[in-house]
Write a protein that binds this ligand. Structure first.
Ligand code: AMP
Length: 289
């Protein structure tokens, strides 16, 4: 399909649009809108692999802990539709809250254990990943895609989604796309637009902290506490204290004490009213710059 993407608002319409197109493969890119280059890299990856690319735009209220964060979340659907089309989307699925959560809605998909209790789960509370898991399950059931595309920036989300797809037997391949970054290394995020210029300058310390740990590892340090200390020092220089800066197993998200294989270094920092998260897999990835 070329030209403007088709915008559909109901699951019934989405299924009707996709029904004749299944044979060519369907890719789904779930988003909350306010699209930026990171989202577009997911859409392009889907475009390269699938006959039909669906981008969902839904600001999911159940995954927001703070009402103010939900209220302030940018909503730019018209611009998003144009950007999605430019990156190769055929269909934009933009349902209302009532379409996703009709009256009487009473089901929660909950991934239990350390996968959802650590890192973001510890800071944002268990309702956050319940909200994510439930809406992702609903989107995968609605679109029934051959593959769904997620960003490595939300590393814990990827682990949780892989778990729920495996546990529920959902026949969708989960594809993970590397984090897209600004020139100074900051991971692109819809929330970055809310940073003041002073905060935006400080934010570059977040990827720098990951890089400091990478550099320490490259210098021969394998002790997790020492690697975390190297990252914390960079944040402290910028006057920042992380909500967490943790070295964990990339599959189980359990803490590690020594690096002797791929480990996930994940960080969350609050800068004024904005939370920033980032991560790198030590031992495998290029430095975030
Ligand atoms: P969001 O709209 O923030 O829910 O993000 C939708 C999808 O885009 C998720 O799979 C995110 O991980 C992914 N994403 C967000 N930011 C980036 C980025 N900077 N690079 C790559 N993927 C991203």
């Amino acid at each position: 399909m070329t030209g403007a993407p088709q915008v559909v608002r109901t699951v019934a319409d989405l299924r009707a649009v996709l029904a004749p197109r299944r044979a060519g493969g369907v890719g789904l890119v779930p988003t909350m809108g306010a699209l930026h280059e990171g989202h577009l890299s997911l859409i392009r990856a889907a475009r390269a692999e699938q006959g039909t690319v669906v981008v969902s735009i839904f600001v999911n209220p159940t995954q927001f802990g703070e009402a103010a964060d939900l209220a302030a979340y940018p909503r730019t659907e018209e611009r998003d539709t144009e950007l999605a089309a430019g990156a190769g989307a055929d269909v934009v699925f933009a349902p209302t809250v009532a379409e996703v959560y009709p009256d009487g809605f009473a089901t929660t998909v909950s991934v239990a254990g350390p996968l959802t209790e650590t890192l973001e789960g510890a800071v944002r509370g268990r309702a956050h990943f319940d909200g994510v898991a439930t809406v992702v399950a609903k989107l995968l059931l609605a679109a029934a895609p051959d593959a769904a595309y997620f960003g490595a920036k939300d590393a814990q989300q990827v682990v949780v989604v892989r778990r729920l797809v495996a546990d529920l037997g959902i026949p969708t391949r989960v594809v993970v796309i590397p984090t897209s970054r600004d020139a100074d290394g900051l991971a692109r995020s819809s929330r970055n637009a809310r940073l003041s210029s002073a905060e935006r300058a400080l934010a570059a310390a977040v990827p720098r902290s990951l890089r400091a740990a990478q550099d320490a590892l490259a210098g021969g340090e394998t002790d997790a506490a020492a690697l975390v200390a190297a990252g914390r020092a960079v944040l402290a220089d910028a006057g920042l204290a992380p909500e967490y800066l943790s070295l964990v197993d990339p599959g189980t998200l359990e803490p590690v004490t020594r690096v002797d294989g791929p480990v996930l270094l994940a960080v969350a920092v609050r800068l004024g009213a904005t939370r920033l998260i980032d991560n790198v897999v030590l031992g495998t990835e290029r430095t975030p710059s």
